[in-house]
Design a protein around this ligand. Structure first.
Ligand SMILES: C[S@@+](CC[C@H](N)C(=O)[O-])C[C@H]1O[C@@H](n2cnc3c(N)ncnc32)[C@H](O)[C@@H]1O
Length: 242
């Protein structure tokens, strides 16, 4: 554990999640749920050269599955018809593929060119898909019906989070939805100063202009994709913009 914390404290964070987090593996009886054991991640120590960090994302992209996230499926089930979605931090596009399959138009954004390349290789040409290599901090989201941010927003630097969140909320049309994940303040990576973590009350406050449709707090000790032990504290959210 001590070793794990030392790693976290020095983290230049590139996280890698394993396959899907299946809600059926959660005991949804209180605000603290037993988490999906398949959610996994790795850290890249601060000081790693960028190419190393990128290769760590590559390892994540190789290791992560292709099933859509349950937060996305939950959100999609609540729409009467498809619209325009932004997939923020889309990775290789497991959620984008599902959105397109269900008739949505998608703007897929990720800071890693490799992620977008892989997504394009999967989809090919499709008029309903726009891709963008860019950072949350720098992009302007189009007016949309859904912002999907699966396991991605915690990688926003804390100083920029508020502005990024404001942009996200403002992009959502009334009746539109956010779905995705935030990391809690007891997450094992919380000492890292280049990622965003939220206490439960802070996380709830972010949704003051939403109706919360799902807000599952999951806390557990498990492992990263590369087998590192990690304490996870994660909010799984689906929320409707008022
Ligand atoms: C853990 S992956 C999640 C990918 C995918 N959404 C999924 O559910 O598997 C996080 C993604 O966020 C991207 N990312 C990290 N920081 C970012 C930033 N500041 N702006 C845009 N994308 C970022 C990474 O490149 C990575 O593809």
């Amino acid at each position: 554990m001590a070793q794990s914390h030392k790693l976290v404290a020095n983290a230049h964070t590139v996280a890698m999640y394993g396959r899907r987090c299946d809600d059926s593996q959660l005991v949804a009886q209180s605000h603290k749920l037993r988490a999906c054991p398949l959610v996994t991640a790795v850290l890249v120590p601060r000081g790693s050269v960028l190419s190393t960090a990128m290769s760590e994302w590559t390892r994540y992209y190789d290791a992560s599955g292709s099933d859509p996230r349950t937060t996305l499926l939950d959100a999609l089930a609540r729409f009467a018809e498809p619209g325009l979605a932004v997939d923020l931090g889309c990775g290789t596009g497991r959620d984008t593929v599902e959105l397109l399959r269900r008739g949505w138009e998608v703007v897929a954004i990720d800071s890693e060119a490799e992620a977008v390349r892989r997504l394009r290789a999967t989809i090919g040409e499709d008029d309903r898909l726009q891709t963008q290599v860019g950072r949350y901090e720098d992009v302007t989201l189009p007016p949309c019906d859904l912002v999907n941010a699966s396991w991605s927003l915690p990688f926003c630097p804390p100083l920029q989070f508020e502005a990024v969140w404001r942009g996200l909320v403002n992009a959502l049309r009334p009746g539109g939805r956010f779905c995705g994940h935030l990391f809690g303040d007891r997450d094992g990576w919380a000492p890292a100063d280049d990622m965003s973590f939220h206490a439960r009350a802070e996380a709830e406050r972010l949704f003051h202009s939403f109706a919360l449709e799902r807000f599952d707090e999951v806390e557990e000790d498990s492992r990263t994709a590369l087998g590192e032990p990690k304490h996870w504290h994660v909010f799984h959210v689906v929320a409707r913009r008022r």
